[in-house]
Write a protein that binds this ligand. Structure first.
Ligand SMILES: [Zn+2]
Length: 338
């Protein structure tokens, strides 16, 4: 971040700060959704990719530090792909990179401005991968401490930018839940109850998904506020059905040229079983890998719109259902509205 343009950072911060006053009351009642450039009505979200990444830095919470990449270089690599995505009709890009894994709200604000996309960012910690991405202080913190921190980001913005998150993004390994992962869920529950933000959780398997839903329920959180991220990784499809019937969101978010048949199969199965309306789709594409030459391989973000949706329609998912998958369901998941 040392090379991140200070001017851009300040501009983004000023823009976000200017809009905080009118946004808070509205966001609290779910009438507005926070983008990195300020709040918008949920009806403006439009076609949405619910789970993508501008950049990821997998060095670990103990070693991550400002200055490990040049924001200008990242923008140079990623911006053309975002513009291409916008030109295909996508309107909103949900950046699911959590803090300590490369979350960079100021850079996202700069890219939102240049691409014309709404970009959303998140609060929360990623507890999967054995805790490698959880900062040390979180091991000694209570769920309440973490919830206070995450709620603070929603209310006052992510320091030092003032940019406010639109969702809670956490991560847990396969079940049963570790002590740390249980703490993250409880913190997410408390944060949700105070802010209304949806909880998207990278989830190791179906057992962990059900354990999270149970824990959320014990806190009084509706399953409709929970997005099971990477649900496609659970091969026992009965878990999908169970979670969907409970009212949770099932995200098949690994769509790429290599997984077309698998994903069409998954989506058709949910239609047959009657819970297509609980499904979200995305690509989990990473634009820039910190530490790799020029960010390594960037698959771009257009495949879902350019190739997957046309093939999905041919498979028997009609226009209204396709629109539900990329417009209505993301909006409903982010706002828990009808
Ligand atoms: Zn991801």
């Amino acid at each position: 971040m040392a090379l991140m343009k200070r001017r851009d950072l300040l501009k983004a911060a000023a823009m976000a700060l200017g809009s905080i006053r009118e946004s808070r009351a509205a966001a609290d009642t779910n009438h507005q959704i926070n983008t990195v450039l300020g709040p918008i009505p949920p009806s403006d979200l439009g076609p949405t990719l619910i789970h993508e990444h501008v950049l990821v830095d997998i060095v670990g919470a103990g070693r991550i530090a400002p200055g490990r990449y040049d924001g200008g270089e990242v923008a140079g690599v990623v911006l053309p792909h975002l513009k291409q995505l916008r030109s295909l009709g996508c309107r909103t890009f949900v950046d699911c990179t959590p803090a300590y894994l490369g979350r960079d709200p100021a850079l996202l604000a700069r890219l939102a401005q240049s691409s014309g996309l709404h970009i959303l960012t998140n609060t929360g910690f990623y507890g999967a991968a054995g805790g490698k991405y959880v900062p040390e202080f979180a091991f000694f913190a209570t769920a309440e401490d973490l919830a206070a921190r995450w709620t603070g980001e929603f209310e006052a913005g992510i320091p030092p930018t003032g940019i406010r998150p639109a969702l809670i993004k956490i991560g847990v390994d396969a079940g049963p839940l570790s002590k740390m992962n249980g703490k993250l869920i409880s913190a997410a529950a408390l944060t949700h109850l105070r802010t209304g933000m949806a909880i998207a959780s990278h989830t190791g398997d179906g057992l962990a998904a059900m354990a999270q839903l149970n824990l959320l329920k014990s806190h009084g959180v509706s399953p409709a506020a929970f997005i099971w991220v990477h649900a496609q990784d659970e091969k026992d499809r009965s878990f999908h059905r169970k979670a969907a019937e409970a009212g949770a969101w099932i995200a098949f978010d690994g769509i790429s040229s290599e997984t077309v048949d698998e994903n069409i199969g998954l989506i058709r199965e949910t239609k047959r079983a009657g819970y297509l309306r609980r499904v979200l789709i995305s690509q989990d594409a990473v634009g820039f890998h910190v530490g790799e030459e020029r960010g390594g391989y960037c698959p771009g973000y257009t495949f879902l719109f350019s190739d997957f949706l046309p093939q999905l329609r041919k498979s028997g998912i009609d226009e209204a259902e396709t629109s539900m998958l990329i417009v209505e369901s993301p909006r409903r998941a982010l706002t828990q509205s009808d």
